[in-house]
Design a protein around this ligand. Sequence first.
Ligand SMILES: NC(=O)c1ccc[n+]([C@@H]2O[C@H](COP(=O)([O-])OP(=O)(O)OC[C@H]3O[C@@H](n4cnc5c(N)ncnc54)[C@H](O)[C@@H]3O)[C@@H](O)[C@H]2O)c1
Length: 323
Amino acid sequence: MIKVGILGAGGMGNVHARHYRKMSDVEIYFFDPLTDKSEAFAKQWHATPLGSPEEVIQRCDVVDVCLPTDMHLEAGLKAIAAGRAVFMEKPMAKTVEECATLIEAATKANVPLSVGQVVRFFAEFKTGNRLVKNGAVGTPAAARTRRGGLAPLGSRGWFQDHARSGGVLLDLAVHDFDWLRWTLGEVKHLYSRSIGIQTGSGPDYALTTLTFESGCVAHVEATWMDPNGYRTTFEVAGNKGLIQHDSRTNAALKTTFDGKTVTDNALAPQDDPYFLQLSAFLTAVKNGTDPVVSGYDGAMAVSIALAAVESAKTGNVVTPARI
Ligand SMILES: NC(=O)c1ccc[n+]([C@@H]2O[C@H](COP(=O)([O-])OP(=O)(O)OC[C@H]3O[C@@H](n4cnc5c(N)ncnc54)[C@H](O)[C@@H]3O)[C@@H](O)[C@H]2O)c1
């Protein structure tokens, strides 16, 4: 049996627990300071509540950090110092320096470290990446992504304090920055405009134009101002063709309930991207192989997102920092 300790029994803690529950060789332990959440979580996922983050770290083989983003660094470092394999939800941390500190600590301690850049496990994005790399559109020249829905709140509204969540650029567009980097290579420079940079809280929208070292250009739109439900799109155009995805038009199921619309694809449980990402990480831990998404990948996605934040603040074209 492998003991997985989840820190944070909120939105993502529940998503992760749902998928660990399907794995016959996993025991779930967790800590969340909110008693009502903790009780419901323990009951729903047959998970064992522990008294503190430290106890989770001490008792478990793998620590899964599902905390608000500004708490990732401290929890990750404590788990690494105890020699645990660490899975961090995205974005990996709040600054490039924090990400570098986590990577350095994990390398020194020789423990596996991975980041929840789950988009790499979504069938459309995974296949899109493979097709582009295999030349399905010829030489890629221009890409476009869009991601977003309504503004999330999180426990005690932490998402809406951009000093904690990073707003749409760090919290949301980080998914597309990672996918584009995985698909098209390193970013040379970028330019970004954002609503949230001016307000620092509440609804947010940002548009970022990127130039890749390959010469390819892309634009990434991220929004917390779309009441029609969560939607992702991408297109990549090359000299021989175009590849396109739109989750809203491709969705097999659309449910509107209590003022919210959710779209779903009819995936078998074992094809769910969150299940795939967590089982891939545990397989790497068990086999002593490199995780599919490295700490470096997570850190570079943060670096691109923070370059976009800087550009949106200053109006300058910015080159993402290399780690
Ligand atoms: N990959 C994705 O698709 C995705 C989606 C949403 C959020 N996220 C990321 O996941 C992380 C968590 O987001 P969320 O939506 O679950 O937030 P959330 O607010 O729903 O959950 C966070 C939980 O952490 C708990 N918490 C606070 N302090 C704690 C402590 N000291 N120890 C243990 N628990 C503590 C809170 O009580 C809360 O239950 C964030 O980094 C977010 O950006 C990823």
